[in-house]
Ligand binder design. Sequence first.
Ligand code: C2E
Ligand code: MG
Ligand code: MG
Length: 553
Amino acid sequence: MRLNKISHKKTVVTILMLVNVCMLVLLVLSNNLLLPEYSLVIGGMSLPVFSLNGAIQLIMFLCCILITLISYKTGARLSFGLMVIVTLYDLLGIMRTHSLGPLPGMISALLAIGAIFIISKQFRVLEKENLTDYTTGLYNMRGFLETVDAKIAARRPFTVIYFRIDNFRAINDNLGYDMGTKLLKEIGRHLTEMVNGYGTVCKIGGSAYALVADVDFDMPAFRKGMKERFGGKFVLEEGDFPVYCYPGVCAGSTRYPEDALDANSLIKYADIALCHAMKAHTNSLISFNEEMGSEILKQNEIEGLVKECLAGDYFYLMYQPQYETKTKQLRGFETLLRTLLPNGKTASPADFIPVAEKTNLIIQIDTYVLKRALTEMVEYISGYEQDITLSVNVSANSMTRENFADQVAAVLKETGFPADRLELEITEYSLAESESMTIQNITALRKMGVKIALDDFGTGYTSLAQLVKLPINLLKIDKSLIDDIETSEMSRDFVNVVIYMGHLMNCEVISEGVESQMQVDMLREQNCDYVQGFVWDRPLYYEAAVAMLGKRK
Ligand code: C2E
Ligand code: MG
Ligand code: MG
């Protein structure tokens, strides 16, 4: 599409240039220096050929302006050159003939030169604004794409480094917008220094930068620079009241042409490498490799499988019981999604949910699970004499949607499921994505009576300040936190503190992934309200879960 446009422009400029060359030849021919005695006879009237000069030069003038408007770089240069030739030619005519006949033509050529200059200058300013990030003055995403396209067109190898500030949101929230902006500028400045003329630094997103580095770029020095410049305290303002932060940064890199051949793939692969860097440790730079390439293939396969499951309704739900720690009384069930294709292929949600989250298929999945779980369970849960809670996992993508609470209200209405028996499990990533929208949705859901649980607690980066603001009912301690409580005193103390903190926040606390009786005993001692795990029940098929409710009815 873009190439088509470029070749179209080239054709038009070439045609206009040809017209100009023809006009130049005609100008020379019509000039009385060469053919003084020729005249055109039109309708019985004789017109000396040289009197056409004005018209010819006007046509050239218009063509040059058009060329400049279409291609303000090469076109403007060509037009400028042509108009200078015409000016000199007219000047020569004046000097040779000692007459002012060519003067009007010369004035129009000079005017054309001025117009070409002004137009191309204006275009340059506009283009610079279009390609520039307002905050840092660096190239923006468009500038990045143009830089990469130019490099690809020149067939020169280069490296793309995708660079991100890990905790920019928290810094922005804690230190304020001004300091956030200052941090972005400072990091841009440091990166430009580190690139040291061997590449271009672009700011392609909120806290993301992309570097297009030449072959001579010193990667080991850059890696070292990342640790030295961003690894510790980063001073934003000195003086009596210094302002500083600790911006964890990460980077991923890809090479042209080894890894990918176009700008979008390069940035996508660099992003994948960046995700690996984020998981590794802060201030690390990881290069894209073959293994990551096969990961992409696997992700594509999973994405296909999810789409097939959605289209063919090959999903089903399992329900894992949750129990009161002290009495082993049933609290409720967590809904867990499973797949089964007719060819027997399956996938674990631990694998396909993250892929679905990247492609936004998760919105369809979340809607499907909520509707199906409430439909399947409404009869048994609303008819049960005790409060039984049905928990449904909700991804950050859904929780940060503007109308999510309304959607839940509609499903509750449609299925007749009692709102106060529904619990939605959200993760800390919802807060990272959009804290205000998440809180807005939670508040609306709580007003409807729906309970909110914070899943996988202990694996994310929620600050205590954020946590206190959250109107949640239940804190779910992640399995990884309780795995070692039998053997490690530190682990035990840590879980103890988390339970205590949950209670301080007026939340109940549940431990998930509990596998041994000893863990249950310890959690009971630490006043953990509920337990969910293989120790008492694995996820149950729908029929088994319903039978469990039936038995107790
Ligand atoms: P989660 O919400 O933290 O779910 C708990 C996971 O731990 C489940 O894995 C469950 O089967 C597993 N589990 C429970 N008890 C034990 C135990 O004692 N030992 C061990 N090793 N594992 C235990 P599952 O079903 O594979 O789900 C994995 C993750 O996938 C879930 O973690 C959740 O984040 C996501 N997920 C599952 N179903 C859905 C869904 O319907 N919607 C969304 N958005 N996410 C879902
Ligand atoms: Mg969960
Ligand atoms: Mg969990």
